[in-house]
Design a protein around this ligand. Structure first.
Ligand SMILES: Cc1cc2nc3c(=O)[nH]c(=O)nc-3n(C[C@H](O)[C@H](O)[C@H](O)COP(=O)(O)OP(=O)(O)OC[C@H]3O[C@@H](n4cnc5c(N)ncnc54)[C@H](O)[C@@H]3O)c2cc1C
Length: 411
């Protein structure tokens, strides 16, 4: 029988990912990071295809999604603006950042995510934070001194305060398997049902699968059952046809609207407007009527799509514009500017880059990220009901909330 009294620590941080490591650094005290995996920061290593898109160059609350008010998200992000985050990474951690001008994404100059993870480890060591790996938290309960934390193997730690930084549920092989939600629930929090976000979508439609490999810029809208627009893209981004369905930044960004809100995603190929296509398909100007649909569409769309789109509408690509009746023209323009994606599912948490849902922001104090339900418990990162679009926004959230939770818990 183990009669050793449980270890007592001032601050335990559950989860050694981006948010947990940042919390440890900014707590400026020897925090104990309890990491369930064999190493901390595994998702940082996988990020940006191993290059780590560490931050965007600019952001606003519109780049984020949450069931709570985006004003709260804005308020939290303001506590550590991007310019100051860049100074921290470049000056304090010594990671030179470079901008990818087309995408407004920031990467380490070395293009190596490991440099980011290791620099965070080094900085955490400066404040004597200790990272206990293989310490998977299975239960938390309140205790006269704060909290009693029990590991899967039965080890126990008593902590005055806790920061829950266990991430969401995306790519569980990196360690974030949704257990953070269960821990928050044990302490009285409600959980907004988690679902995959930033995830490729599937289709059964063979006509669309046939276009696999094609990529083109699009704009999109998410429309609910009452035809209300829930969201739309801010600018054209890449759309990719795959053998199973659809991917690319446009699809990843829109995916949670389909999954969580059951919205229909409509696509404008190349981002052209209705007015643009009305002009292109008009027969008002002399000589236009003899042009074929194929030739007009192929001027502004990839060839394979220009050939396929009329067929999907029951039209022949070799049909001349003059032969196109009003109704067919209207339907074709609809397919060009508001094509409803036939979606049969998604690739799930195994490949999703983020999690939708989690701990509602109205259960925490946005000034400190402390729980309104269990004082002494703080939250940061993806465990909260916030996720960003593709482009470094999820790390921006993880760094900002990690810092705020660390500072608040050390007060
Ligand atoms: C493949 C991929 C690529 C990505 N690329 C980018 C990118 O380039 N830019 C960007 O901004 N975002 C990117 N993201 C998203 C970003 O990585 C996450 O939003 C961010 O890492 C979340 O940080 P976090 O600390 O909240 O959670 P996580 O990084 O998931 O860390 C949580 C940690 O908690 C640990 N843990 C979980 N449960 C327990 C428990 N019960 N006990 C102890 N420890 C536990 C886990 O092992 C893990 O180490 C990417 C995500 C994926 C999956």
């Amino acid at each position: 029988m183990n009669t050793t009294p449980p270890t007592h620590v001032e601050l335990a941080i559950i989860g050694g990912g981006a948010a947990g490591l940042c919390a440890a650094i900014f707590s400026k005290q020897p925090a104990t990071v309890l990491e369930g995996g064999s190493q901390a920061g595994r998702k940082i290593l996988a990020s940006g295809g191993g290059r780590c898109n560490i931050l965007p160059t600019i952001s606003s609350e519109k780049d984020f999604s949450s069931s709570s008010s985006l004003q709260i998200v804005k308020r939290i992000l303001r506590t550590w603006p991007i310019a100051k985050q860049r100074i921290f990474f470049e000056n304090d951690l010594g990671i030179t950042l470079i901008e990818e001008p087309k995408t407004q994404k920031l990467f380490p100059q070395s293009q190596n995510a490991r440099d980011v993870r290791d620099a965070l480890f080094k900085e955490a060591a400066k404040v004597d934070a200790s990272i206990k790996t293989g310490w998977k938290v299975a239960g938390i309960q309140t205790h006269e001194l704060g909290f009693e934390i029990t590991a899967e193997n039965g080890d126990v730690i008593i902590a005055d305060k806790i920061i829950l930084a266990a991430g969401g549920q995306s790519v569980p092989t990196t360690g974030s398997d949704g257990s953070g939600f269960l821990l928050a629930k044990q302490l009285g929090h409600s959980i907004l049902p988690p679902c995959p976000a930033l995830v490729p979508l599937l289709t059964h439609d063979l006509r669309l699968q046939e276009l696999a490999g094609m990529t083109l810029p699009v704009t999109w809208q998410a429309i609910d059952a009452n035809k209300k627009k829930l969201a739309e893209s801010q600018q054209p981004t890449a759309f990719l046809f795959t053998h199973q369905g659809f991917s690319g930044p446009a699809v990843l960004d829109a995916s949670h609207w389909q999954i969580q809100s059951k919205a229909t995603l409509t696509i404008s190929w190349m981002g052209h407007t209705k007015a643009f296509w009305e002009e292109q398909l008009s027969t008002q100007k002399t000589g236009r009527g003899s042009r074929t649909l194929r030739s007009v569409l192929a001027r502004h769309l990839p060839k394979r799509l220009a050939e396929a789109l009329p067929l999907w509408r029951g039209l022949s690509p070799s049909q001349q514009l003059a032969q196109l009746d009003r109704e067919s023209r209207k339907k074709l323009i609809e397919s060009l500017t508001a094509f409803p994606l036939p979606i049969s599912g998604n690739r799930g948490f195994e490949v999703a880059e983020a999690t939708c849902g989690g701990i509602p922001l109205d259960e925490i104090n946005p000034k400190s990220l402390e729980s309104r339900i269990a004082p002494g418990l703080f939250f940061c990162g993806e465990v909260l009901d916030v996720h960003g679009r593709i482009g470094g926004f999820n790390f921006q959230w993880a760094w900002a909330t990690g810092r705020l939770a660390g500072q608040s818990a050390s007060r």
